[in-house]
Design a protein around this ligand. Structure first.
Ligand SMILES: *Cc1c(COP(=O)(O)O)cnc(C)c1O
Length: 369
């Protein structure tokens, strides 16, 4: 099966092998060493001060959003959520479920937020935190979170900026830094692992708040033991080993090459789709390097198309939310190269209004290889 999904994503062989060979005592020295190596490597990758600013939780990505809200916000705290699609909406719902006093900026589907406008809003009254999505997987928009961090600045009173980068980092590099306090990631997208791990990176300011402030309602996702190197419950041992192997592959490729690869995959999908007669739902300037949403002509039904493709050996994703009825999404994230993408898109071409043109549009990308 060819998989062009924005998660779960294809698993490299080295990661599969690590997963199988993995079982060992999680209180033993072998596992302890792997845990230290993984958190040290993640601290470098995500710009965290030390390995004790990294927490790895047995959960899907949403568990990471919940852990961030539980450990950094108290009921009644005021937070600003910038909602650019379905995943921004989910972050808002998680915060609301924890009693946070949420205000929301809703950005029209398919657009990125404007960092100056959001920073202006944040200057008008004190917020405890600002919750944003880096790469909005429902629309395929890349948001300018670094520019926002810069625009908000680092006064002691500035809100904590908490970023859902689950479909962003490490395919799209993002690091903690001035004004950017928390990054949330998950194992099953750019990290090329099976689903099951949520990853949080915290700035010193955020870590201090987790460790020192009294907050109700924390138990399984209480980050305090994790941030002092203790794993309080049986960890997902196999996934830790898988992540260890994946981090080795990520280090070998390097952040810049990885971003370039994902941008190239994005451009290839966009040329293919445009030539084939599909509608690009997002402008080039804000188009995500990891996922592309495409509008179908009215006579094509997204559900039917996906069923046909699955029978032919290709899985792509459906549209979400507002775009459910008319769009599909192509994931090009993680362990995917141009040959993988071309193989998948070739299965799709016969279903498009202009099949030949779509195939021809891929050729320049394949020649570059
Ligand atoms: C995949 C994803 C999530 C989390 O989904 P889970 O199914 O809980 O892993 C959250 N936010 C974004 C932006 C995502 O792409």
């Amino acid at each position: 099966m060819h998989i062009l999904l924005p998660g779960p994503t294809p698993i490299p062989e080295a990661v599969q092998e690590a997963l199988i060979r993995a079982m060992s005592d999680h209180r033993g020295t072998l596992f302890g060493q792997v845990d230290v190596k993984v958190r040290t490597e993640l601290a470098t990758l995500l710009g965290a001060p030390t390995k004790d600013h990294i927490a790895i939780l047995p959960a899907s990505g949403t568990g990471g959003l919940e852990a961030a809200c539980e450990n950094l916000l108290s009921p009644g705290d005021r937070a600003l959520v910038v909602e650019t699609g379905l995943f921004g909406r989910r972050f808002r719902e998680v915060a609301e479920a924890h009693g946070v006093d949420v205000e929301c900026v809703e950005i029209p589907w398919g657009q990125a937020f404007n960092p100056q406008e959001i920073a202006e809003r944040v200057r008008q009254k004190p917020y405890r935190a600002i919750l944003v999505t880096h790469n909005e997987t429902s629309t395929g928009v890349l948001n300018p979170v670094e520019a926002l961090a810069q625009a908000i600045g680092t006064d002691p009173g500035a809100p904590l900026m908490i970023v859902d980068s689950i479909s962003g980092v490490p395919s799209i590099p993002l690091t903690l830094g001035p004004g950017l306090d928390v990054i949330i990631a998950a194992s099953q997208k750019g990290f090329m692992c099976p689903p099951g791990l949520a990853i949080l990176a915290l700035s010193e300011r955020a870590r201090q708040s987790v460790v020192s402030d009294t907050r109700p309602g924390r138990f399984y996702f209480d980050l305090r033991p994790y941030l002092s190197g203790r794993l309080p419950y049986t960890p997902a041992i196999g996934l830790w080993h898988a992540l260890h192997a994946a981090l080795g592959l990520l280090r070998a490729e390097g952040a810049f090459a990885r971003l370039q690869r994902h941008r190239m995959l994005r451009d290839m999908v966009r040329h293919f789709a445009r030539a084939g007669g599909l509608t690009l739902l997002v402008e080039d300037a804000v188009a995500s390097p990891t996922v592309t949403a495409l509008g179908l002509p009215s006579e094509m039904n997204p559900g039917d198309l996906r069923r046909h493709l699955e029978n032919a050996g290709l899985q792509i994703a459906g549209g979400l939310g507002l775009w459910h009825e008319r769009a599909i999404r192509i994931g090009h994230v993680g362990h995917v190269d141009r040959a993988d993408l071309a193989a998948g898109l070739t299965l799709m071409a016969p279903h498009l209004p202009h099949s030949e043109q779509a195939l021809a549009a891929m050729i320049p990308f394949l020649k570059e290889a």
